[in-house]
Design a protein around this ligand. Structure first.
Ligand code: SF4
Length: 349
């Protein structure tokens, strides 16, 4: 087995990213096969439970109140409505339900509702994940006690480039939240965004930060910037797709047991590029029509791609496969089975 390390230097990661492409992908695929079923991809569904009007200034995010992106602001969803969406996600084949709120951090008065959502979704037999912004130790403990399995909080980029993207919270704020989540016994979901104008070295720096955490995040979302009109990164140049694939491969090699997740930006990726990402070691996706507020490939397109690639969803299917296929083939007629996050945001916190 390749070793699980926590002592990567940025220079070493840069070298890894610069490895000849075929060698890098071969190495990544070899590691992938040591730790994972090479033909299985984990599937999660994401719902925005509170959209827009966020006081933070993340330059990529249409949910920031500082940018005029035309996004409709919404209040925190009712607990019952969230549970209904979770039931629909379960019926459509998801095994993990992620709930995201555009907050700097949850307020005390929000907590009873959020905890009720965790308990309600958990009772459906789904794994639960939330992304609510920064957490102190008490709120992290309360969420863990309610049964929250995963907490998402991204590092976004390298510590050096971070100040170009966010000024309202620090890199150490983010690391503190991750420590509180870890100490509360929840699994960490943390990754970053590529294509924001960061250098090659910044990508190496982000990966080194993630891999040098005391415990590797269970889930590592690698997002491609979605250039939303009205955000400061609206006119950012395109990321070279090969650089994106290289980063996925390096993440797989450095965090061999983690799930590397293809997240925001998948809508803009061809089937061939997604296939290369799976080959490079990505083994998790968000499933459904939208990823918070940006388009996500329709669920049946994902099923088509999985079929073409011989990939199995790494989840408990609650309906007979044939019945599920019929549902997925007609998403319009089965709109209730798909969460509607079309009013909501691109990347998670
Ligand atoms: S990424 Fe999260 S914290 Fe940043 S502006 Fe968007 S919703 Fe707020």
């Amino acid at each position: 087995m390749s070793t699980v390390r926590h002592d990567w230097t940025v220079e070493e990661v840069e070298q890894l990213l610069n490895t000849p492409f075929n060698d890098l992908l071969f190495q990544a695929q070899t590691v992938h096969r040591e730790y994972h079923d090479p033909n299985a991809v984990q599937v999660s569904t994401l719902l925005s439970i509170k959209t827009g009007a966020c006081p933070e200034d993340c330059a990529y995010c249409p949910q920031s109140a500082r940018y005029d992106t035309g996004l409709e602001r919404e209040r925190l969803m009712e607990v019952e409505a969230v549970i209904e969406k979770a039931k629909a996600a379960k019926a459509a084949g998801s095994d993990r339900f992620c709930m995201g709120a555009a907050w700097r951090s949850p307020r005390d008065k929000d907590m009873p509702y959020v905890l009720a959502m965790v308990k309600g979704v958990k009772e459906l037999g789904l794994e639960t994940c939330m992304t609510l912004g920064m957490l102190d130790d008490k709120k992290a403990d309360a969420l863990a006690e309610a049964g929250l399995d995963y907490y998402n909080h991204n590092l976004d980029t390298s510590p050096e480039f971070y100040g170009e993207i966010i000024t309202t919270r620090t890199y150490s704020d983010r690391l503190n939240t991750l420590a509180n989540v870890r100490n509360a016994g929840m699994k960490v979901c943390s990754g970053g965004i590529l294509g924001m104008g960061e250098s090659h070295k910044d990508r190496a720096g982000l990966l080194a930060q993630l891999a040098n955490l005391p415990v590797h995040p269970d889930s590592v979302p690698i997002n491609q910037l979605v250039k939303v009109a009205g955000t400061p990164l609206e006119t950012q140049g395109d990321l070279d797709p090969l650089d994106f694939i290289r980063t996925i491969a390096a993440a797989r090699i450095m965090m061999p047991a983690s799930h590397v997740r293809l997240s925001a930006g998948r809508e803009e990726m061809s089937e061939e590029m997604q296939a290369m990402c799976f080959f490079a070691g990505a083994n998790s996706i968000f499933y459904g029509e939208c990823l918070l507020t940006t388009p996500n490939p329709a669920a049946n397109k994902d099923q088509d791609l999985f079929r073409k690639l011989g990939i199995n969803s790494e989840h408990r299917v609650t309906k007979a496969p044939q019945e599920l296929d019929e549902i997925l083939a007609q998403p319009e007629q089965n709109a209730d089975l798909f969460y509607d996050a079309s009013q909501q945001s691109a990347q998670t916190h």
